[in-house]
Design a protein around this ligand. Sequence first.
Ligand code: G3P
Ligand code: MG
Length: 284
Amino acid sequence: MSRNHIYTLKTSAGIRTVTPLLEPVSSFHSAPGFFNIAHRGASYYAPENTFPAFHRAIEMKADMIELDVTLSRDKIPVVIHDSKLKRTTDGRGLVQNYFERELRDLDAGQWFSPEFRGTVLPRLEDVLKWASKKILLNIEIKKEAVTKKPEGGVVQLVYELIKECDMTGQVIISSFSRIAVKRSWEFTPDIPTAYLMSPYALGTVREYRLMKKLNATGLNMKPHQMRKRLMSLADKNKSPVWVYTVDDEKEMAEVIKKGATGIFTNRPDVLGRVASDIFKNHQE
Ligand code: G3P
Ligand code: MG
């Protein structure tokens, strides 16, 4: 399969062609041109944004893992969703106030279940090294890590790590921060980017134009934002549309039929089943 190969999928909205941008890493793939993305890892089954959740994503045959990245006090990219430590670790306060070596001493698994006691809050570098030649990554840069100055900022630091780990062909960078998306393209024209639409946006073509203005490759959105005109514009231009976060089987099927390039789910095992059922009947 070449990266420029275009897949044709039949959906309830008609024929849809997709350029996948990234080739799947493993021999398994849910369906040509469709991506099963483990949201924060297989986070329904293990603590989000940790190695146990990432390992389960592989076991469940996800094509890609989504993870959230912010900076420690000493400017090391670390993997955690919230700006505060309280919900997912035994620490307190803001992530950005702690040195990375202090964050490593926290427990990031016990909150989920005693079975995961002792789970470490990962550094992005460790995840990149682990994922190499194993699985694709969608690195979401958290808004609070983005600074006005581009030099030495989160986007540059993430890019340097991706290069060092030789992962440019295996990652997508995404963000709700328009600055981060635009800056990603400036630092990393060789890496696809996705603009995360605000959850309050209406899903109009304005969002599509904004995505283009930011030089992003695709759009991430919620299921209700997959409005007809926006989807046809994305279709016409073969722009990927990634949809988050869908755990319900019926909704997964609806979103696939509306033409999603990929779905973020906490339950990649369930999505795998739904996707193979649909694509079995619809592939060209
Ligand atoms: O990237 C998709 C999704 O992860 C965005 O929302 O809040 O789960 O990071 P959130
Ligand atoms: Mg995220």
